[in-house]
Design a protein around this ligand. Sequence first.
Ligand code: LLP
Length: 384
Amino acid sequence: MFSNDTIQRFKQTETPFYYYDLGLLRNTLTACRDAADVYGYQVHYAMKANFNPKVLQAIQSFGFGADCVSGNEVKSAVEYGFGKDKVVFAGVGKSDREINAALDLDIFCFNVESVQELLVINDLAGAKGKKAKLAIRINPNVDAHTHHYITTGLDENKFGVNMWQLPDVVDTLKNCQNLELIGIHFHIGSQITDLEAFKSLCVRVNEMSVWFEERGFNIKVLNVGGGLGVNYYKPDTDNIADFNAYFKVFNDFLTVKPGQEVHFELGRALVAQCASLIASVLYVKNGLKKNFLVLDAGMTELIRPMLYQAYHQIENLTQDAKAEPVKYDVVGPICESTDCFRKDVELPESFRGDLIAVRTAGAYGEVMASHYNLRDQVQSVYSE
Ligand code: LLP
């Protein structure tokens, strides 16, 4: 729900653009931090979800760490003031250049995804006379019951080390003088709304923690990843995820030894609800079988609906929401048939120039924008 003043502001701004409600972002961050503090949990922000400068500044100012998946994200996190002792570098394909840069910055930890990567980091750290701290990413084979494109913790996924490969990891670590195993890392997928999946994860983390301890490793960090989902259907009334319930699952089911830290890597749940994509209707095409609303934004600005069949609420901000609805296929201007936000969307009768909001677009929205069709870079506007 946007205030009349906000809609007036939209009318004076060239579309398409991302609108960020920084007040809602701060309320979300407060809720998350307060809920995590109850248990002394550390949250690293999964920067891939959104690295808009204002978003990063806000998140850094709340004391969160940064979960990075490229050398540039590591560099950027440090530049934005995330403490080096709170920067984690994950990713299945870290290049030598990226590893070297992260070693130079003395980041907190590498989340390592294969035996081969262990050997590479060991060599590169050795060449610098350093010891690299790492957590091994274990593929827990836990089903997150989310869209198969964003499930990551099953044996068939490319991420992490499968459990049957762990003896190999232990043997390798014993021969790598320049590595220090400080933790175990897991991530089962994204947009998880059924907290049961996290209970199953806890059971697996407990098993793995014991397994490593039995082999003489001191596991200081249990990193359980991210994945908490948000309500894409209720961006006005349910726009802050239930962080209390989420962290409570870990408190109830995770075995934490004295001195052990529990780390989280949340992306979507922190930033999804604070932004909407605002577009204009360029053309209304009434066909025999279908009516199309052609917007000035498409898959180049927000690709989630086209890539994952993701649902985003779509609203006409110009017409009276209570008017008799008409069904439209809401499409973008890109030369691809898949460039459709959704089919058969019920909206009030709509006209050229109407403002359209695509809600809950703060996570994996602006960051996944592209220049396909040589489109302009999408702009952002903010409310404090
Ligand atoms: N940690 C790891 C190792 C990850 O791979 C991810 C997300 C996260 C943390 C953060 O997950 P979150 O809390 O945001 O669910 N582009 C897709 C989502 C891709 C998620 C990639 N990994 C989408 O738009 O739905």
